[in-house]
Design a protein around this ligand. Structure first.
Ligand SMILES: Cc1cc2nc3c(=O)[nH]c(=O)nc-3n(C[C@H](O)[C@H](O)[C@H](O)COP(=O)(O)O)c2cc1C
Length: 190
């Protein structure tokens, strides 16, 4: 059985989500996991069951994931060996954490939640338990300046900043401390 393995999958256009993905990767590695990181590119296929923890993240685009991520989620569920079974019986030894970056200027966290839940459904349909969501505020460079200064989170022009990334690190360490008795995460230092 797979033990102590994690993967961080992400898509980014302007770099915010990549910063978060890299901090997740570095935190998992520091804690002693064997961790890979991969951007979501065309025709990528990932066997989720080769890992014990899967982080998958993207920016929020109009309340959902960007198209390349939607395409990956759909195509990857059709990979060899996947059969969707009614009631989606849980697969032991593996769990997923969807994450995102988002501006949140209009309605705050409500802009992130549908996308995170939507990604989560692709895992849960395969029986992979979704154990947490991580949403991180990120500047929206294409938008009007006011969107980044006068929205629900105030001035977000430099986010995600070091404070956000330190919080991400804490969340990841918390996930490891929470899950180490029920997932084969290996010998952890966290
Ligand atoms: C086309 C587009 C649509 C977006 N839609 C939303 C949205 O609905 N809600 C939101 O909070 N942020 C939205 N954003 C802001 C991005 O989610 C945010 O800037 C994100 O951090 C960008 O990530 P990246 O730097 O990894 O590409 C949108 C950005 C773009 C470019």
């Amino acid at each position: 059985m797979t033990e102590g393995k994690a993967i961080v999958l992400y898509w980014t256009k302007n770099g915010n989500t990549e910063k978060v993905a890299r901090r997740i990767h570095d935190t998992l590695k520091k804690a002693g996991m064997e961790v890979s990181i991969s951007p979501i590119v065309k025709d990528l296929e990932v066997e989720y069951l080769d890992y014990n923890l899967i982080f998958l993240g993207a920016p929020v685009y109009e309340n959902l994931s960007p198209k390349p991520v939607l395409t990956f989620l759909r195509k990857n569920r059709r990979r060899d060996g996947v059969t969707l079974i009614p009631s989606a019986p849980e697969v032991p030894g593996v769990a997923a954490v969807p994450f995102c970056t988002y501006g949140g200027g209009h309605t705050g966290y409500n802009e992130a939640e549908p996308m995170l839940k939507h990604i989560g459904q692709y895992f849960e349909h395969e029986g992979i338990r979704v154990i947490e969501h991580v949403a991180v505020v990120g500047v929206f460079p294409e938008a009007d300046e006011s969107y980044n200064t006068d929205g629900r989170y105030g001035d977000i022009r430099r986010r995600p900043d070091e404070h956000d990334l330190t919080e991400v690190e804490g969340r990841v360490r918390g996930i490891l401390r929470r899950m180490h008795r029920v997932l084969p995460l290996g010998d952890l230092r966290c």
